[in-house]
Ligand binder design. Structure first.
Ligand code: PMP
Length: 369
């Protein structure tokens, strides 16, 4: 820290992203929930074509992509009564960017944020960045959210409620009816539902936008659409909340999505079937890996995401993560007391997961000798 850093940021502890090993390092990378499957060929072609126009600024409103997304989301909204329109969609540079804007737009020293004690680690950082007091509400013993806790908070005054659905790093869901209960108890507050992992088998809350104009659904192309490296995320909400998010984006970086990423995103939406088939494949791999890890004596939480959260009752998370690393497999671990012995393991290809199960088997039988 230099002597010039403003007082505002002196106590800020930044988010620490998962390790990104240097290109060329041969590892099985199961630590940042990327898709193991490549982008569809048309997506690569679209990005390449867009590269030819890099001398021109991109469309700051992302109109083409908003129209395509509105169309694509219609099916997911079903007969809820919510008909997505481009005005309901906000696009930016990854969903971290959207969450950043949401904290900026909807929380401050008078509007605290509330979220679970075990959830995506960036929420506390955004709270600190914006000087927003926050409360981390303990998940129940079975790692589920008790919506009554949030109703009690909102009864005290307006809050920014943030729920990852499915939750990260547990993979556990509340379900659409649970989210509805949450919204009913928090009508005075903005409720952000972070659906980063929803495509891997969870229920979306999109349809609830027909009933709740205080709901912001946050999505990303990083996981289910194999575009983590492109940085593309979006929010779906009532028009007025989208305008609030735009206010912040236009006050910081209007061109936050580059031309290649916009083109890739547009082509990806058109290739939705390819990506949804990959998600189904990942969900199937998740199912069998869960069984295999349990057979090794590990406790594995029931996940609806593209990762599993697992621990061994007798071997520390640190020892397992280190042992895996020595065998060329990187997984994610967290320092928080309640989850320090868990590993968060991204679901990769079947071959990658075979290697993981084999390595864990060797480590665990070795540990017990
Ligand atoms: N939300 C959750 C719950 C996540 O795990 C992640 C990935 N780190 C994000 C949002 C951000 O994803 P991205 O910025 O790549 O869209």
């Amino acid at each position: 820290m230099s002597g010039y850093l403003t007082n505002r940021y002196r106590d800020l502890t930044a988010y620490v992203p998962g390790e990104q090993p240097p290109a060329g390092m041969k590892v099985i990378k199961l630590n940042t929930n990327e898709s193991p499957y490549p982008p569809a060929p048309k997506v690569l072609k679209a990005a390449e074509e867009a590269a030819g126009k890099l001398n021109l600024y991109p469309d700051p409103d992302q109109n083409a992509l908003r129209r395509a997304l509105a169309e694509s989301l219609k099916e997911e909204a079903g007969d809820s009564g919510f008909v997505p329109k481009p005005e309901n969609i906000f696009i930016s540079n990854g969903s971290d960017d959207i969450l950043n804007f949401a904290f900026g737009a909807f929380s401050d020293s008078d509007v605290p944020a509330v979220f679970p004690d075990v959830t995506y680690g960036f929420y506390t950082v955004f709270g600190d960045l914006y000087g927003t007091p926050y409360k981390e509400i303990p998940l129940k013993d079975d790692w589920t959210v008790d919506t009554k806790d949030y109703a009690a908070e909102c009864a005290e005054g307006r809050r920014l409620v943030v729920i990852a659905e499915p939750n990260a790093p547990t993979g556990i869901t509340l379900g659409k009816e649970g989210i509805r209960r949450l919204l009913e108890g928090c009508r005075n507050s903005v409720v952000v539902v972070d659906e980063a992992y929803v495509d891997f088998g969870a229920e979306t809350s999109l349809g609830l936008l027909a009933e709740f104009d205080n709901l912001v659904i946050c999505r990303t192309f990083s996981k289910s659409y194999s575009l983590a490296g492109a940085r593309l995320g979006f929010a779906v909400a009532h028009e007025s909340l989208i305008k609030d998010l735009e206010l912040i984006k236009y006050s910081t970086n209007p061109y936050s999505v580059n031309r290649m990423t916009e083109a890739a995103g547009l082509a990806a939406v058109e290739e939705k079937d390819y990506y949804m088939a990959n998600c189904a494949k990942i969900a199937a791999t998740r199912g069998r890996v869960t069984e295999e890890l349990r057979a090794l004596g590990m406790e594995v939480l029931p996940s609806k995401a593209n990762f599993v959260f697992a621990r061994h009752p007798e071997v520390s998370g640190e020892a397992l993560a280190q042992g895996l690393r020595e065998k060329g497999i990187i997984v994610r671990r967290f320092s928080k007391e309640r989850i320090r012995n868990y590993l968060r393991i991204t679901i990769g290809t079947d071959e990658q997961m075979d290697a993981l199960v084999k390595a864990l088997n060797e480590l665990l039988t070795g540990e017990r000798r």
